[in-house]
Write a protein of this length. Sequence first.
Length: 254
Amino acid sequence: MPGPIQSLERAAAILRLLAGGERRLGLSEVSSTLGLAKGTAHGILRTLQQEGFVEQDPVSGKYQLGAELLRLGNSYLDVHELRARALVWADDLARAGGESVYIGVPHHQGVLIVHHVFRPDDSRQVLEVGAMQPLHSTALGKVLAAYDPVAHGEALDAERKAFTSRTVTERADFEALLEITKERGWASDIEETWDGLASVAAPIHGRRRVPVGAVGVTGAIERVCEDGHIRSRLVAAVRDAARSISRDLGAGPF
């Protein structure tokens, strides 16, 4: 049986060291504490930083755990628990709003649909669990990009394809849109991804108020919108559902 890989053991030791205290650590502190040569410690830290597992303070140069570890930790929480906690609230939202409900999580520079409740009517519909949606144009994606630091970076760095004439593609405009999303606590997609369809979504938070996903409704623009804006009752219903799911996941009261 092959033995352990030394570089991985050292990387794990560095992550445990950074997780063990509240303060940031400098290169000298990391190398001396773990008995590593400075060059070795620096190379591992740089690799971990490139992967998002470690962040470096631009002023002090010291290191701390990165946002990607939050993502991995939340996935342990994980999609299964998120779906289980969201089932009842998603069903209630579909009945109250009269539209399809989607639960999405960040995945591979997009949004993975992990739960889908059909619109409560007799129309023919296709189950979209497992489908991927873009971060930059959908309501689910914009909420995740606004609240999840890794999704935020991915959305800014990715090519923002124009799906319709209303898709926001310019970086400055998109960043401003994310700021608005975070300020008001929800995102919309009014024919930015699909002609004739509109959506509204709000973030789902887990323990320690870390974003773990988003919930939203999607439907025909004439039902979801009024005078060019998302109907206020749908915004309220989606935000209530997101808060309820978040509380069930341990986020506490909002």
